[in-house]
Design a protein. Structure first.
Length: 178
């Protein structure tokens, strides 16, 4: 038996798919999506001015991840915190790491993002970062089809590990997954 805000529905009245009159309230428990690729369908809402490709929210997840050196220099980053939230195809991965004192001149790259980014030549995957010891303007970009990001100074110069020697990095990578 199902109870809605406007009536009680007996098992003999239930057909597939189920259409219920009125709102549905779950007083205990969760609404569980039991099939991969299914979710909450928002197709009854109006589209924006762009070209809509999907109105299905099929994924939500939150957790922790482990940032690591992705430069190949074998550096040990000290991780203060690293969490993420995935909503649909968008990932918001926050982090706080300290670089070791280093003399490696290889390009600085952080690995270990919780999901591999979308592989697209037109995708832009920004990283918002604050430094405590490096100076100048900087940003970052998540690599295409990867779980890594690199850091870029003003003028497009890629940071090397020596630029980050002893630096504390705090930031958020926002990127799209396939």
């Amino acid at each position: 038996m199902l109870k809605t805000t406007s009536s009680v529905i007996n098992a003999s009245q239930i057909a597939t798919p189920i259409t219920l009159p009125g709102d549905v309230t779950l007083s205990t428990g969760n609404l569980i999506i039991g099939t991969a690729g299914k979710g909450i369908d928002f197709s009854a809402t109006s589209s924006g001015s762009g070209t809509m490709t999907s109105e299905l929210l099929a994924d939500y997840e939150e957790g922790t991840w482990t940032p690591s050196d992705g430069s190949g220099a074998g550096l040990s980053l000290t991780v203060a915190a690293a969490t993420y939230v995935r909503i649909g195809k968008m990932v918001y991965a926050s982090f706080g790491v300290t670089y070791p004192a280093t003399v490696s001149a290889s390009n600085a790259r952080v690995a270990g993002l919780p999901f591999t980014s979308q592989n697209s030549a037109v995708s832009i995957h920004p990283v918002s970062i604050s430094f405590t010891t490096a100076s100048g303007l900087f940003s970052g970009t998540v690599d295409n089809n990867a779980a890594t990001f690199f850091l870029v100074a003003s003028g497009g110069v890629v940071f090397s590990n020596t630029n980050l020697s002893g630096a504390i990095l705090r930031g958020t990578a926002i990127y799209e997954v396939a």
